[in-house]
Design a protein around this ligand. Structure first.
Ligand SMILES: Cc1cc2nc3c(=O)[nH]c(=O)nc-3n(C[C@H](O)[C@H](O)[C@H](O)COP(=O)(O)OP(=O)(O)OC[C@H]3O[C@@H](n4cnc5c(N)ncnc54)[C@H](O)[C@@H]3O)c2cc1C
Length: 512
């Protein structure tokens, strides 16, 4: 399709990458990026790029990926609780400073003839171009201005987070909770340069208020960092920081906003990246999604004969992958929001719970890829020596076959006996609410007392995970035995839920 002029609103990763790809595909078109800030002023610290993302970027544009890799920093992951730490070999995860990423993408866009106009804030109405790509970020003025067309919804997370950094490279990525007199703070931290690490610290609302951070947040202007919180957190995480400071960059406590839009295009305007959708940072996918949107948009424009058709095809192609990741991210966000409640689990078992939290990684795959971390976690679940844990193909059956002793009851394996369902002190609960909703809170709080709760619900995978999420809340709130009914075929998912102590027993049934 022939395009003479393309205007890109926003010079973040999505906008810059889209501008380069579009200029490469339409060399005769005038492609201009309008960015309200200066080239080197940005928020945040490092961003992570997983190996799958690198693969996708390589397929789309080998040269710019080479530039990104050259400026990035590889790392492995670990989780530490108290004095116990487990390491996770995570292959080729790379992290790169947001400033470095932007300067690489600026150079590659400029290199193919894209016009970059900094300190130039524009609105759609100011632009005259065949195509307007709105890559103007999470607070997208384009999305807000055309709200009837895009029909956005915005859901705020329960927890609060702040994004800061430090001036040394941690040896590896680390998840580390610290409990102070006010409550628990969890840091997700990773190195992204030889003298820099990102620290993303989160907490729950009650802890945030007890520490007085509601006040410091209120008192911090948007152009400043919340120094009261940074000083406090620097002290709380001093062991991990090894005496280094926590550095802010317009750092303030925020609630994560998950953005969804019913439509991503209208007329000649199309949304990409955070403007169209966001996914919780704990799955590290915001930059990936923005850049992969750019790839899909470029492809659709090359393949279609008219703009309407191209934008429709772009949306149809991208929506399933984006919505899938958003569902995983939502579950991951809820898992992290409730993280302090799981600190009683041995750290190795907590690592299995972390890996299987959203259904992206199964116990089997975890054992296969990282046996030296997965095995101790499974051993802690079964209370046996790690040497007794079998390898990948047998591990699911092994998890389901472990005995359980709970409140004076003995079960020879984790398959709930049918008589338990009809026992006088078992209550059946049909789960039809989203696990982190207000309705879910009411459901858990108003349960009649029982020795066992038997959770039922629809047959699809999403709602099976809702059962596990609610199951965990019920288990922790009531201390009773929790059984989840699960369709045959979801054995691997049930194994993850059992090892993570989200449920105690599982009852398989044949779905119609
Ligand atoms: C705490 C935190 C941690 C994160 N960690 C990761 C991670 O590890 N990995 C990862 O992949 N992602 C991560 N992300 C997400 C990532 O930062 C974003 O998803 C990503 O930057 C989205 O890219 P974008 O191009 O869509 O938008 P942005 O990067 O937000 O860029 C939008 C640009 O548009 C400009 N703009 C806005 N309005 C106008 C206008 N009217 N005129 C001109 N310019 C305008 C803005 O100045 C901005 O530069 C994290 C996000 C947060 C909040």
């Amino acid at each position: 399709m022939k395009l003479d002029s393309i205007a890109v609103l926003g010079g973040g990763p999505g906008g810059l990458y889209a501008a380069r790809l579009l200029k490469l595909s339409h060399p005769d078109a005038v492609v201009t990026v309008y960015e309200q800030s200066t080239p080197d002023s940005t928020f945040g610290f490092g961003v992570g790029l997983a190996s799958r993302t690198q693969h996708n970027l390589r397929q789309a544009d080998q040269d710019s990926l080479n530039g990104i890799v050259a400026a990035a920093y590889g790392h492995e992951a670990s989780m530490r609780v108290g004095d116990n730490e487990v390491h996770l070999s995570s292959g080729e995860v790379l992290a790169i400073g947001r400033t470095e990423l932007l300067s690489v993408l600026q150079a590659f866009a400029r290199g193919v003839g894209v016009n970059l106009r900094f300190s130039d804030r524009r609105a759609v109405a100011d632009l005259d171009a065949d195509l307007i790509v709105a890559a103007d970020g999470i607070s997208s003025p384009t999305r807000t201005g055309l709200t009837d067309d895009f029909d956005p919804s915005i859901a705020k997370g329960d927890g609060l987070y702040l994004w800061c950094g430090t001036d040394f490279a941690l040896p590896r990525a680390i998840f580390v909770p610290v409990t102070t007199e006010h409550g628990t703070f969890v840091a997700h931290a990773y190195p992204y340069a030889k003298d820099r690490s990102t620290f993303l610290i989160e907490t729950d609302e009650a802890t945030w208020k007890r520490a007085g951070f509601d006040i410091s947040t209120e008192e911090t202007p948007n152009s400043h960092s919340d120094q009261v919180s940074l000083d406090y957190l620097q002290e709380a995480f001093k062991e991990t920081l090894q005496g280094h400071p926590l550095i802010g960059n317009r750092t303030k406590w925020t609630r994560f906003r998950t953005i969804r839009c019913r439509r991503w295009h209208t007329g000649n305007v199309v949304l990409i990246g955070d403007a169209a959708h966001t996914a919780h940072y704990s799955i590290g996918s915001g930059t990936k999604l923005a850049m992969e949107d750019a790839i899909a948009l470029d492809r659709s424009l090359l393949e279609a004969s008219a703009l309407d058709e191209a934008l429709e095809n772009y949306e149809t192609a991208r929506r399933p992958a984006v919505e899938h990741l958003q569902a995983i991210a939502e579950r991951s966000m809820a898992w992290w929001d409730s993280f302090p409640e799981r600190l009683d689990l041995p750290v190795a078992q907590l690592m299995v719970a972390y890996m299987t939290r959203a259904g992206k990684v199964s116990v089997e795959r975890f054992v296969e890829s990282t046996p030296d971390v997965a095995r101790p976690g499974l051993a802690a679940y079964a209370n046996v020596d790690a040497l007794e844990v079998p390898s990948a193909p047998e591990v699911t059956a092994w998890v389901l076959g472990r005995p359980l002793e709970s409140s004076g009851r003995r079960f020879t394996d984790r398959l709930a006996p049918p008589r338990l369902r009809t026992a006088a002190d078992t209550v059946a609960v049909e789960v039809t609410v989203r696990p982190w909703s207000e309705d879910a809170r009411k459901l858990v709080e108003n349960l009649p007392s029982a020795r066992a709760y038997w959770l039922t619900g629809p047959d699809d995978r999403e709602t099976v995970y809702d059962r596990f999420d609610i199951g965990e809340r019920i288990r922790r709130t009531t201390g009773a035995l929790v059984v989840a009914e699960v369709p045959v075929g979801f054995e691997g998912d049930a194994a993850g839920a059992l090892v993570s102590e989200r449920i105690d027993l599982v009852a398989f049934y044949r779905a119609d």
